[in-house]
Design a protein around this ligand. Sequence first.
Ligand code: F6P
Ligand code: MN
Length: 450
Amino acid sequence: MAADYTVHGVPSLSAKVVGSFAYLTIKDRLPTILTKVIDTIHRNKNKFFEEYGEKGIEAEKQAISLLSKLRNELQTDKPILALTDGREDAESWNQYLQRHQGLHGPDEESVSWFKSPWLYVECYMYRRIQEAIWLNPPINDFDVFNEGKTKSYFESQRAIMALCTHLEGVNKSMKELSDSELQDNFNKLLLVSLWGNKCDLSISAGQENSQKASPLESLDSLQPFILVDDSKSVWLTLSAQRPAQSGKEPAARVDIVLDNAGFELVTDLALADFLVSSGQAQEIHFHGKSIPWFVSDVTAQDFHWTMKQTAAANHRWMSKVGFQWMTYMKKGVWSYHDHPFWTQPHEFCDMAAEAPDLYPTLQKADLVLFKGDLNYRKLVGDRDWDFTAGFHTALRGFGPAPLCSLRTLKANVQVGLQIGQGEKLTSQEPDWMTSGKYAVIQFDSPKSEQ
Ligand SMILES: O=P(O)(O)OC[C@H]1O[C@](O)(CO)[C@@H](O)[C@@H]1O
Ligand SMILES: [Mn+2]
């Protein structure tokens, strides 16, 4: 790696390209997110006082002061600093920083917000937010993004009801479905989960971004916005696991690397429900974040809250479906995992070396689904690839199992397009890569050659 962070001549996206999406994110969107975090902590002052007395107020003040300092460092392009909270992952973050510092010669500029890779500094901001909270007991358990995540769930109630009602109908008729009907139903729920990724709160800097309409009705009209659709390969991978065809024990395991809480999580749970009830999978392993992340990402607390909330709904099918999910968890058919690797800045091709316990876990899966934009950025290394570069090439050796990215485009990185497809979109809609209007279903298998 050179100090311009180039791999095979493909540079990392960075805010040093003035006017780029990375630049605008760091200049405008991240400070807005930090301001909202500060405001949230301040608004909870009374709650902290009620729970912890004066100590709570003192912690609130200290956390706000650290976060204001962070915002100032970002806005004035100060060097990236080592973490000081001594948490489990701090050492690995600090080593990562040292490695980047080592790439800069003594006369070169330091590792900083506007000069270093966008993926690194954006992840670092969320880790520093958590540091400000952790350094301030007794409010060190406070999730600064919790309000937005629960609000987004409640604002999507109607869509959740529609989805649960649909799921109940499918589950009821499951036994009578032909193979092609099964595949149709799988496709529908895969698409709902794909478009569920529109509902993240990071791209809108925390503004309301929920699903209002029934998610199933709009699927046909959204089809033209799917730029790469490898859903057939995903289906084939799943059906190859079925005992009748493979002679294998029915032990197909699907891992879902989650993205956002709120409506998107419900769509992922609905897909997982279908996979189990249709016999396509015997086990689902969900992977979430161990700290609040990129505004709306799922933590263990969000995961369990969402199931409980759905089970407690005053709607027959929502509540039935929610209870079913909790039963899957109790029986171990579903399980939730988090690992510090998901909240570090590494690209996934570094997973085997950086998280030698996580990679073999994913190798046990028959299929791994990666949800969302940030996971896509990490899959392909957040680089300025040609649009026609192969997905397999961009993964740079990452392939624990057959995998599929379900992503709506919210960052200017995209591979695997047809010749001329990206250029045509750029001429028609300059913001096609960041508007969330387009999506991809991109599949790769360790067996693929490209
Ligand atoms: O929730 P998602 O789909 O990963 O989207 C988050 C995306 O939003 C952004 O903050 C938009 O820049 C990206 O950094 C990130 O890729
Ligand atoms: Mn997200």
